[in-house]
Design a protein around this ligand. Structure first.
Ligand SMILES: Cc1cc2nc3c(=O)[nH]c(=O)nc-3n(C[C@H](O)[C@H](O)[C@H](O)COP(=O)(O)O)c2cc1C
Length: 325
């Protein structure tokens, strides 16, 4: 099968997986606003997909894991991010994602969450490279291009050890969040290490693309980091908060208050349409991020944060349209 990675623009700009942030509702809004070159879903448990669908017989439209894998046509190319330490489960979930029309599979090997690490998933893979290799090989049975998103080491930087093991697996893409597991997100991302990673790739796996991740603010910052480090693409995470215009040529500060509120209203409607439903409080982090940047924003934000349903939120937003902001 021809991999979409062969035809993606170079350099490429990708949307990071972010649990409860880049969900189907926000991904749809980002795609409609002017999306990235490649979109990632939030991480989804491969074991969970197997158990809910095959063991419990849960219907797909009642299954929160299947909801997290929904996407609109405008989001292509789209990569499903999965996690598992069980090769059979990974194979099952990766094949399912191929049937669902995904363009690629990504494996999470960087999440520091204790509950994920307990399952020998996420960052725990760095301590169990033999499992990581088996999981990559299992995902490849889907026929989709396989990528990995990871960190530079567990307690200390281990580019030569850990990343070499991954690069030996002929991955389509290796995304490196330039911090160790121990560093969480507390220190600045180590962009100074990226040239070494690129040189390692050139030596071991010239066909694998390297995507850099960590603290990239906007497109200008991304282009500068690519020029300085030689990586093939950038994955944006937190800079997408409140800024679905990130991948367009528009600057966040040039977006009018009304446009920001309109975007929040669209997001709220898409959020309301997801099945099964998600708790309303998840939408609140978007309210906080969207309603910023003009003198009256703090007062309005407080009022919007006090709402308790999408209906109430939309009503308040529509009143804003009538009154001058
Ligand atoms: C709320 C939140 C959820 C995240 N969920 C995921 C996830 O599901 N999978 C993953 O690989 N990384 C996840 N991450 C990590 C981001 O993808 C990214 O690696 C990290 O935020 C650093 O990039 P940034 O500085 O551009 O945000 C998450 C981060 C945040 C803040």
């Amino acid at each position: 099968m021809e991999s979409f990675w062969n035809t993606v623009p170079k350099p490429f700009f990708a949307l990071a997986p972010m649990a409860d942030v880049t969900d189907p509702a926000y991904r749809r809004l980002i795609a409609e606003t002017g999306g990235p070159d490649v979109t990632w879903t939030e991480f989804v448990s491969a074991d969970g997909l197997y158990h809910t669908r095959e063991k419990k017989g849960m219907k797909d439209d009642e299954n929160p894991l299947m909801r997290d894998l929904l996407f609109t046509p405008g989001e292509h190319p789209i990569v499903a991010q999965l996690f598992s330490s069980n090769p059979e489960m990974m194979e099952y979930a990766a094949k399912l994602c191929a049937e669902l029309g995904f363009d690629g599979i990504d494996i999470n090997m960087g999440c520091p969450d204790k509950s994920i690490e307990k399952q020998k998933c996420g960052s725990a893979m760095i301590k169990h490279p033999e499992i990581a290799v088996e999981i990559i090989r299992a995902a490849k049975k889907s026929g989709l291009p396989v990528s990995v998103k990871t960190r530079i080491g567990y307690n200390t930087e281990d580019i030569d050890g850990w990343l070499s093991i991954l690069l030996a697996e002929d991955l389509a893409v290796l995304t490196v969040h330039l911090r160790t597991r121990k560093e969480m997100s507390k220190v600045a991302a180590h962009w100074e290490l990226m040239p070494r990673i690129v040189a390692l790739r050139d030596r071991l796996a010239p066909g694998t693309l390297i995507s850099g991740n960590g603290d990239v603010r906007d497109m200008d910052d991304a282009k500068q980091k690519i020029a300085e480090s030689g990586c093939d693409g950038i994955m944006f995470g937190r800079s997408i908060f409140g800024n679905p215009w990130l991948f367009t040529s528009r600057k966040a500060e040039d977006i009018s208050p009304q446009e920001r509120l309109n975007a929040l209203a669209s997001l709220s409607r898409y959020f309301d349409g997801m099945r099964p439903r998600k708790s309303f409080h998840i939408l609140k982090k978007h309210i906080k991020a969207f309603v910023v940047g003009w003198p009256e924003a703090p007062e309005l934000r407080t009022k919007l944060m006090e709402t308790s349903s999408v209906e109430e939120l939309l009503e308040l937003l529509s009143q804003q349209k009538e009154s001058a902001i």
